[in-house]
Write a protein that binds this ligand. Structure first.
Ligand code: MOS
Length: 728
């Protein structure tokens, strides 16, 4: 029997459930006695809650309770996500009267139906002591460097001094706007208390983080909190931390003595669950006339809330991506009255590669060098940030393959040279990169008496195919039929799994699964050898049997062994270290865009896109290519459409919906060619995967903007490239 499942482009196992409506998301569960909570957001952007008229609303039909900072139960302090807690920001929700940003939850109305709760929320009168919000970065408070999660400045050599003496220099500023994740599934929490035991169905990328946060908030042990999340309708980072509505749903359920669901509305998704911070970046480059870059300065700032200093680490790739002897990176954050920003698909790398990869294109044009050639002349053979060899790197092949597929040799070095009717046509490229991140993970592997092979861990199915690829991997390792192999996830009653972020799930959970399978095989072999009275050395275990190597007919089935062991044989793996510490582990890729620009109307159409990547071993070519296509599509949105605009006077978002926040639709997305190079990486982890969730978006905006330059000769340094920016 052939059990080489890894790599096969298998269809996602959860597909039929999803298309038939059978997949139950967090807002689809209706425990008996369910009550409904509606969050009420502040209409002012800064100030204090002066008074809330709870009494009249609590008299309304079907209204069970109104939670305000005065009436809500006290929650214990939960530290934020990056400090070992799980809150998205440094503030326990609804515990005081201070308003930090418009839309902040100032009350929660609980009703016996959603309509009653909504009517109560609509009728609730709140008086504010309002102050003018600080919304402009130039007026905000610069946070002290000590509050950041990374240490700045990051310096190698003497970049600032070295710049001055270079033959060719470039010093330019780029800007990226506030962006929102806007997954199709809105956040929802359904909380059920049974005595002091809390069960929560939550839309989350971080089951165990939510468990920890709720246990902290209510002062109960982790073991008394169970978090379940079987399906996620998109996340992209905004479901990684615990936000205010989660704790408030659980508090409301405790206070009314019934299960409570709190689901955010689309407009509330814009203020309450994080966003990508606005960034302002300066890139200064110094090179010789041959294109050897001698100095790079990358610095700037991003917006954050007045309560949490979130750094969007846009300089993160600058010290490692090219072999540049002198590098200076510095960042700071500015506190303004907006909600707390958070991780959004390739935080740092997305806005950072936009600025740096555009600057490289500008430098190439200045020198008169092909943009790919410029990158090759500064190719990093080892990681220049720490001197380590790469665990694997196929970036040269990515450039070559992508150039061939897009027809780079046809590109005119002279901008504006290709016209097709009303359209100017151009080609652009950029490098993509993302680190191979790992988090500690555990996984159980077991065989049951009915012959099922199960792998179990409390990780997440974000719609990316985790359940499918993990079953493929497990079945292949155990050389067992895939139909009889199950992968269970989405429940904190399962072994502990990390946050599904940082493109780390497959490498981390996969390595734990790999080890669990090895342990299970050992256990089964030992049990089988004893039963068959064989030496372990002459015994094999695969395909559902333990057997004598010399005489395969002398065998016992796994299900027999499970039966005699009381119903199952199980092994657990707990992995804390991944791969070789002597290597630098990153995925790399090359993004190529062809754009058509109408120079009179300022319209940009991406007509072709090619992405070529080296991401280690690919467990499933279908789901992996889908991930890349999704990342590229999100990158096209970043390049041309996505922008949340704040009304500076009120601190409120002008487009808190998908009518005003434009994302690419089918008509905006061209044929995307995704090529995943076969990479064998023995150093990254036991499975050989480097992560694919985020690299797909990196470099895309730069490739598009560089193609626009090639088409028109116009340099746009602020995203998104809407007609007004192109025509200005
Ligand atoms: Mo991601 S931004 O690590 O979900």
């Amino acid at each position: 029997m052939n059990t080489d499942y890894v790599g096969q482009p298998l269809t996602r196992r959860d597909g039929p459930l999803k298309v038939s409506g059978g997949a139950t998301y967090s807002a689809d569960l209706h425990p008996p006695g369910l009550a409904y909570a509606v969050a009420v957001g502040s209409t002012v952007g800064r100030g204090l809650v002066a008074a809330v008229d709870t009494a009249s609303v609590e008299k309304m039909p079907g209204v069970l309770k109104v939670l305000t900072h005065k009436t809500v139960m006290r929650l214990k302090q939960i530290p934020p996500f990056n400090m070992g807690g799980s809150l998205g920001e440094k503030r326990n929700p609804l515990q005081d009267d201070v308003i930090y940003h418009a839309g902040q939850i100032v009350a929660v109305v609980v009703g016996d139906t959603l309509e009653h709760a909504q009517a109560g929320a609509d009728s609730l009168r709140i008086r504010y002591d309002a102050l003018a919000p600080v919304t402009h970065l130039d007026k905000g408070v610069k946070a002290p460097a000590s509050s950041f999660t990374s240490k700045y400045p990051i310096e190698r050599g003497k970049a600032q001094e070295r710049l001055k003496g270079c033959e060719v220099t470039l010093d330019v500023n780029y800007k990226t706007p506030h962006e929102h994740h806007h997954p199709i599934e809105t956040h929802a929490t359904t909380a059920v208390w049974e005595g002091e035991k809390l069960t929560v169905y939550d839309a989350t990328q971080n089951n165990f983080g939510i468990r920890k946060g709720l246990a902290m908030a209510f002062g109960i042990p982790n073991s008394q909190v169970r978090v379940l999340c079987k399906f996620i309708g998109g996340a992209f980072g905004c479901k990684g931390a615990m936000w205010s509505h989660v704790a408030l749903a659980a508090a409301a359920a405790k206070m009314v003595g019934r299960p409570v669901r709190l689901q955010l509305t689309r407009p509330q998704m814009v203020t309450l669950v994080g966003h990508r911070a606005l960034t302002e970046q300066r890139v200064a480059l110094g090179a010789d006339k041959q294109g050897k870059i001698l100095a790079a300065v990358h610095e700037g700032r991003n917006s954050t809330s007045t309560i949490s200093d979130f750094t969007e680490p846009f300089t993160i790739t600058t010290p490692m991506l090219y072999n540049i002897p002198n590098v200076f990176c510095n960042q700071h954050v500015v506190r303004v009255n907006e909600g707390t920003p958070t991780y959004m698909r390739a935080p740092g790398e997305s806005p950072g590669t936009f600025a740096f990869e555009c600057a490289l294109d500008e430098l190439a044009a200045q020198i008169g060098l092909d943009p790919i050639e410029l990158r090759l002349r500064n190719y990093a053979e080892t990681d220049p940030s720490d001197g380590k060899p790469w665990s694997s790197k196929s970036l040269r092949e990515c450039y070559a393959k992508g150039a061939e597929r897009i027809g780079w040799s046809q590109r005119s070095a002279q901008p504006g040279a290709h016209r097709d009717g009303d359209w100017l046509v151009g080609l652009g490229m950029a490098t993509a990169t993302y680190p191979a991140v790992h988090f500690p993970a555990t996984c159980a592997a077991r065989v049951l008496a009915d012959g099922r092979l199960q792998f179990r861990t409390g990780t997440h199915e974000m719609g990316t195919g985790t359940a499918t690829v993990m079953a493929q991997l497990g079945a292949e390792i155990m050389e067992y039929p895939l139909e009889k192999t199950e992968f269970e996830l989405g429940d904190t009653d399962l072994p502990v799994a990390p946050v599904s972020g940082g493109s780390a799930t497959t490498g981390s959970v996969g390595t734990a699964l790999h080890e669990a399978a090895a342990e299970l095989r050992k256990k089964l072999t030992a049990l089988g050898a004893t039963t068959l009275e064989l030496p372990v050395a002459g015994t094999e275990c695969k395909g559902g049997f333990v057997f004598a190597t010399a005489d395969p007919k002398r065998r016992i089935s796994w299900s027999e062994l499970a039966k005699s062991a009381g119903g199952m044989v199980e092994a657990l793996a707990d992995i804390k270290q991944f791969g070789s510490p002597a290597h630098s582990k990153h995925s790399f890729g090359a993004q190529f865009a062809e754009v058509r620009v109408d120079p009179d109307l300022g319209i940009v159409r991406v007509s072709r896109f090619v992405g070529v990547y080296g991401c280690g071993r690919i467990l499933n070519h279908k789901t992996a290519a889908s991930q890349m296509r999704g990342g590229i599509t999100m990158g096209l949105g970043m390049a041309l459409m996505e922008e949340s605009v704040m009304d500076k006077a009120s601190g409120r978002w002008l487009s808190p919906n998908l009518a005003g926040y434009h994302v690419p639709t089918n008509a905006d997305v061209p044929a995307i060619e995704v090529i995943l190079l076969d990479e064998h990486d023995p150093h990254v982890n036991a499975v050989g995967t480097k992560g694919i969730g985020e690299i797909g978006i990196t470099g895309v905006a730069a490739a598009v903007v560089n193609a626009i330059y090639n088409a028109t000769g116009k340099r746009v340094r602020e995203l998104p490239v809407v007609p007004a920016r192109l025509l200005s």
